[in-house]
Design a binder for this molecule. Structure first.
Ligand code: F6R
Length: 368
């Protein structure tokens, strides 16, 4: 049942190309328009939306952080991302024209459920992104986009996360289509790029042995840091969460630009720092990231850099280089998170932990 893998988690990591491909199936009409069958909100309702609030917990929250970058870029609708457990307690501003997007793999997370119940009392529209048909959160929502990861048995979310990202991109593009923003022309091109992602993820998985060997070098590490910027920032947070929950190791993710505001004081000799390097582009993201990496390396950190094919600027500052396929910045999380999943899975295995059932954790958290 684990297809020859030692853990369900490892099997599920390897199922990601298929899960992403499934989540993209039949999303375009013969005319090339995006369609999301389960979104039962009318185009008029969607056009009226003036604010989006995404609520989620844990790994799903990090998918929400990526969604914010994508939705704001393609639709120009302001997006807030909030932890479900905090949402109700801050007296959020909700109106009829607020779209609340609840992201939950299980569809049963109590904090997220209570948050959408609160949103509905304020007459806001609620859209769920969920992997479990018929679970409570989609049942209590106005609309749902089902992710098509298939059952996820490992407690730590992997293919669930990747398919949540796909659903978030599709939602962003769909809203752009409905609103008719100036990014309208880009929609088809981005969907084409999404359709190429399963192949890209496959190529990252083909290099799993490099990551496994690396993980084995860090079995004695006491702390691991993760750096990212833009859409790579939530990826850094997710990489750190995976390591905490599976390897019971102190791990923290930072926005690379925040280093100088405090965390750089943590850097000491040989501290492993995993860096998600943004693709090279017209913005300054890549250069800024490279200089951040230079800073930590100058202070003795071991820099393990995830960078796109052909990025030579990073080479002098990378102790270890893990190559990623060339993809757009907004879509990079789909490939960049994969080596981090493999790293945590292997490190935890080497430490002798139960990767599928980490201590103190449950697959769905039905208490607040
Ligand atoms: C981490 C993990 C958790 C869940 C969180 C939300 O690997 O799986 O952080 O992401 O408990 O769960 P759902 O998405 O079911 O609401």
């Amino acid at each position: 049942e684990k297809d020859g893998h030692d853990w369900f988690m490892r099997k599920e990591i390897h199922e990601q190309p298929r899960a992403v491909a499934d989540s993209l199936l039949s999303r375009r009409t013969p005319e090339g328009l995006l369609q999301l069958d389960e979104v039962r909100l009318s185009d008029e309702d969607l056009r009226d939306i003036d604010k989006i609030i995404i609520i989620a917990a844990g790994t799903s929250f990090y998918a929400g952080m990526v969604a914010k970058y994508a939705i704001e870029h393609w639709t120009r609708i302001p997006v807030e991302v909030e932890l479900s457990s905090e949402f109700r307690y801050r007296d959020p501003i909700l109106t009829h024209d607020t779209l609340v997007v609840a992201i939950s793999q299980s569809g049963e997370t109590a904090d997220t459920l209570q948050a959408i119940r609160h949103a509905r009392t304020q007459r806001s529209k609620v859209l769920a992104i969920c992997n479990t048909n018929g679970s409570t959160i989609p049942r209590e929502s106005d609309a749902v986009i089902y992710t098509r990861a298939g059952p996820e048995i490992g407690v730590a979310s992997t293919k669930g996360f990747l398919t949540q990202l796909v659903a978030c991109y599709l939602l962003a593009l769909y809203l752009a289509q409905v609103k008719g923003t100036r990014y309208g022309d880009e929609i088809n091109q981005v969907v084409d790029q999404l359709e190429a992602m399963p192949g890209h993820i496959e190529s990252v998985l083909a290099d799993a042995d490099q990551v496994y060997a690396l993980a084995r070098e860090y079995v004695g590490a006491r702390s691991v840091l993760f750096l990212g910027r833009h859409a790579g920032y939530p990826v850094a947070l997710e990489g750190a969460l995976k390591l905490k929950e599976l390897a019971y190791l102190h791990a923290e993710g930072f926005a690379a630009g925040e280093l100088k505001h405090g965390p750089i004081a943590l850097i000491e000799d040989q501290l492993p720092v995993l860096c998600v390097v943004p693709p090279r582009g017209r913005d300054q993201l890549h250069e800024k990231m490279v200089s951040g990496i230079q800073e930590v390396r100058a202070r003795g950190a071991r820099t393990i850099c995830l960078a796109e094919e052909g990025d030579t600027a990073i080479e002098p500052y990378a102790d270890v280089l893990i190559r990623l396929p060339k993809v757009p910045t907004l879509l990079q999380p789909l490939v960049a998170v994969v080596p981090l999943q493999l790293f945590a899975c292997e490190l935890a295995t080497q430490l002798g932990h139960d990767v599928d059932q980490p201590r103190n954790l449950a697959k769905s958290v039905t208490v607040e």
